[in-house]
Design a protein around this ligand. Structure first.
Ligand code: KIV
Ligand code: ZN
Length: 394
């Protein structure tokens, strides 16, 4: 099915990947320039809309990486992050001007706890900072994203003032991050809906959701933000990111694709690239992917229980809601273990080139179960050995 045919009744959601910026902020996930270019290539080929390549003021290395990604990437927009500080914004502008399409992403904290303890600023001072810094960025480039750091712990009336100020100063994208992973989906939905419906000029900007996973709700909150009117999702491959990480790109994209019936939205991501991108990011960041990670984990399309394996052999839709091929995984695996049943064992024997008579099969199955009870992993070689033994002893 072509994307346009299947997506004709759906609204587009832009995918903003921040693996190279928020993802790299994961302690221990630092990537070399070569690795960043490899990740950027994978993201660009996969069809993400915006690649946040780094934080240019953070270091000379980060600046050079953003410049290199900006020069290298062929299709996606390239964003550079900047605090609400004049020197940061100039530096980000200098880095992203090398891109075919660049974006300055500037942010300031808006929550009372950040204002009191981190920034030591009043609300009025923050409003002045937003107006000045967004206008500065907009003088450098047409595409400016403004983020309200810790938006989800910001009183809604003040958040409205901030958003209105940023839009008036020229921000084209408004991001309302759940910086500390504090939101719950219903509340997140309401925050977006209220802001989008009540802030004058909101229709001039694209709203963006950026969720952290401290309570394990980053993906659910991202989707709730979209239901509330956001049309850009900020996410990372494998959910890499500060502390518990960011919303995982592969999860939001596959949720929208698989449940288009419940959520009428689509992205331009070519989902068959997801598994490869996950492997590239895992290698570059030196962060292994957990076995049971949704979409890209080693076990995401593996089945061990006899009931599930039997169902899978009859019709894959019994226990799989998406095909492994749709995310770039070659095939489903039926793992041979103590929970496996006769159907899967017979299938495995066939795959290994054996066709046993009823008695021999029964004997082999009993021996297999006995082995599986003693051994964590039953490999093909184990099965070959036990069948050859069995056949040899007849
Ligand atoms: O989590 C956050 O608030 C951020 C901002 C810099 C957008 O990463
Ligand atoms: Zn973040």
């Amino acid at each position: 099915m072509s994307a346009s045919a299947s997506n004709s009744n759906k609204e587009r959601v832009f995918i903003f990947d921040t693996t190279l910026r928020d993802g790299e902020q994961s302690p221990g996930a630092t990537m070399t320039l070569e690795e960043k270019l490899q990740v950027a290539d994978a993201l660009d080929e996969m069809g993400v809309d915006i690649i946040e390549a780094g934080f240019p003021i953070a270091s000379v290395g980060d600046f050079e990486a953003v410049v290199a990604v900006a020069k290298h990437v062929k299709r996606a927009r390239v964003a550079g992050l900047a605090r609400a500080i004049s020197a940061d914004i100039d530096r980000a502008g200098e880095a992203v001007r090398h891109a075919q399409q660049g974006r300055i992403h500037t942010f300031v904290s808006t929550s009372p706890i950040h204002l009191a303890h981190q920034m030591k600023k009043t609300e009025d001072e923050v409003i002045e900072i937003i107006a000045r810094t967004v206008a500065q960025a907009r003088n450098l480039i047409d595409d400016v994203e403004w983020s309200a750091m810790d938006a989800t712990r910001t009183p809604i009336e003040f958040l409205k003032r901030c958003v209105e100020t940023a839009i008036k100063a020229g921000a084209t994208t408004i991001n309302l991050p759940d910086t500390v992973g504090y939101a719950v989906p219903e509340e997140h939905f309401r925050m977006f809906k209220t802001i989008i419906e009540s802030v004058p000029g909101a229709d001039k900007a694209i709203f963006s959701v950026h969720c952290h996973d401290d309570l394990g709700m980053a993906v659910a909150n991202s989707l709730a933000g979209v239901a509330g009117g956001a049309r850009q999702i900020e996410c990372t491959i494998n959910g890499l990111g500060e502390r518990a990480g960011n919303a995982a790109l592969e999860e939001v994209v596959m949720a929208l694709r698989t449940r288009g019936d419940a959520m009428p939205f689509y992205t331009d991501v070519e989902t068959t690239h997801l598994s490869r991108a996950s492997k590239i990011v895992s290698a570059a960041s030196n962060f292994p992917v957990q076995y049971n990670k949704a979409i890209v984990g080693k076990n995401a399309f593996a089945h061990e229980s006899g009931i599930h394996q039997d169902g899978m052999l009859k019709n894959a839709e019994t226990y799989e809601i998406m095909t492994p091929a749709s995310v770039g995984i070659k095939e489903t695996t039926l793992v041979m273990g103590k929970h496996s049943g006769r159907a899967a064992f017979k299938d495995k024997l066939k795959e290994l080139g054996y066709e046993l008579g009823d008695n021999a099969f029964q004997e082999a199955f009993v021996r297999f179960k006995d082995l599986a009870d003693r051994k964590k992993h039953v490999y093909d070689a184990d099965i070959i050995a036990l069948v050859d033994d069995e056949v040899g002893s007849v």
